[in-house]
Design a protein around this ligand. Structure first.
Ligand code: FEO
Length: 405
């Protein structure tokens, strides 16, 4: 693919991964891109590389603009494999280039490559590098997405290279937000931002708030945000920042996600009156069967909802395995600002619903107790009670939701 000019003398030189459907366990039905950027200046500077498998493609894109041996600096904003994996291949073409990264980036880099012959300079927030007409300023962003992460602000171009932050997993020929919206839709773009945040950045809400505050205090004049995945924010550069702030502050939809699995359909049967009860309270509701749904999709549906209802049968006195897997994922993402309840079915001894409440409380979610469960098969009166359980939960969700308005 040819490089794409994003600003005078600044180019996208990345790679589009049309085929990836499993991104370290996160389902990516729309693929992704590995963006990196080239600044043509007195000291030619490359910002990030690409995933190792895409080294050949990325280098070919780079060569559509410049001979790689002219590169004087490589900025490594993040050492995860999808951005630094190809660094060794690039360094073979410009072995005298100086690498700029954070202290933790430098430490981590040495675990992936023999850096003994490379010139590596460690940088921290506020450090600047003049490369001719452009000045780069580095901003450390630990845990967005790894401890080593940083962003690079190109002052004269009013361009923030934001690395993982503000990205989306979208393989597309559109390089900019406005191009994508024209060929797809605004909703698809924003959904991709939410999906990415839910599955990657959910645990770091507090850090995101403080980092955005720091960026605001630095009064950076930002005209464009260029992340390392997906489209570049040209038309609405501050839209992803607003979305991140909203999500970090707990804003979401007045909506309930019923996430469940089932053995002999008893728990599944219960989802219908519960869903109807929620709906009849005027609350939108989404029903997700775990074994029919990729885990990252279930996580996103959770994140888009103020209320969570988890349904599970009891199997050998334990929660159903696919439900346990969902809870394990959710716990690792450290969710906040959500209200939850549990329901299910059992044969001769319960256990799943109790366990689910223990997990909700360990995650410090707001809970509505007691849960609801039936023995063997739901009867007509159970269906009526399940409907009431749904209504009661929806009322609690509406009340809790007021805290965020
Ligand atoms: Fe896109 Fe944290 O890597």
């Amino acid at each position: 693919m040819k490089a794409v000019q994003i600003k005078p003398d600044i180019y996208w030189v990345g790679a589009i991964d049309w085929a990836v459907r499993d991104f370290h366990g996160y389902v990516t039905p729309h693929g992704t891109t590995y963006n990196n950027y080239l600044i043509i200046d007195r000291d030619v500077t490359l910002l990030d590389t690409v995933k190792y498998d895409f080294a050949e493609v990325g280098i070919a894109t780079l060569k559509s603009v410049i001979d790689p041996k002219e590169i004087k600096n490589i900025i490594v904003n993040h050492i995860e494999n999808d951005h630094m994996g190809a660094l060794g291949a690039y360094m073979e073409l410009c072995p005298d280039a100086t690498i700029y990264t954070t202290k933790r980036g430098h430490q981590g880099m040495q675990r992936f490559f023999d850096t003994s012959r490379w010139k590596v300079r460690e940088v921290k927030t506020g450090d600047e590098l003049n490369i001719g007409k452009h000045t780069l300023m580095f901003i450390e962003t630990p845990m967005l997405h790894w401890p080593d992460s940083m962003m690079t602000y190109v002052k004269e171009a009013r361009l923030l290279i934001s690395q993982d932050a503000f990205g989306q997993h979208l393989a597309t020929t559109a390089r900019f937000d406005d191009e994508f919206v024209e060929c797809a839709s605004h909703a698809e773009l924003e959904n991709a931002v939410i999906d990415y945040y839910a599955n990657i950045l959910m645990p770091f809400g507090k850090l995101i708030k403080s980092k955005i505050k720091q960026l605001q205090e630095m009064e950076l004049d930002i005209e464009m945000i260029a992340p390392d995945h997906g489209v570049i924010w040209r038309k609405e550069p501050m839209r992803p920042v607003e979305m991140y702030l909203d999500m970090a502050e707990g804003k979401t939809n007045l909506r309930v996600a019923i996430i469940y699995d089932t053995m002999w359909h008893s728990t599944e049967i219960l989802t219908q009156p519960i869903m109807q009860g929620v709906r009849d309270e005027g609350v939108d509701c989404q029903v997700i069967k775990l074994r029919a749904t990729p885990m990252s999709v279930a996580i996103t549906e959770f994140w888009k909802s103020r209320g969570l209802l988890v349904g599970s049968p009891t199997l050998n006195n334990e929660v159903f395995p696919s439900v346990a897997e969902f809870i394990t994922h959710l716990r690792g993402l450290r969710p906040t600002n959500r209200i939850a309840a549990a329901f299910g079915s059992y044969g001769w001894g319960g256990g799943a619903v109790k366990w689910l409440y223990e997990q909700f409380k360990a995650m410090k979610l707001e809970v509505v107790e007691p849960g609801f469960q039936v023995q063997y098969r739901p009867q007509m009166e159970d269906m009526d009670q399940a409907y009431e359980f749904g209504r009661q939960f929806a009322r609690a969700v509406k009340e809790y939701h007021k805290n965020f308005q």
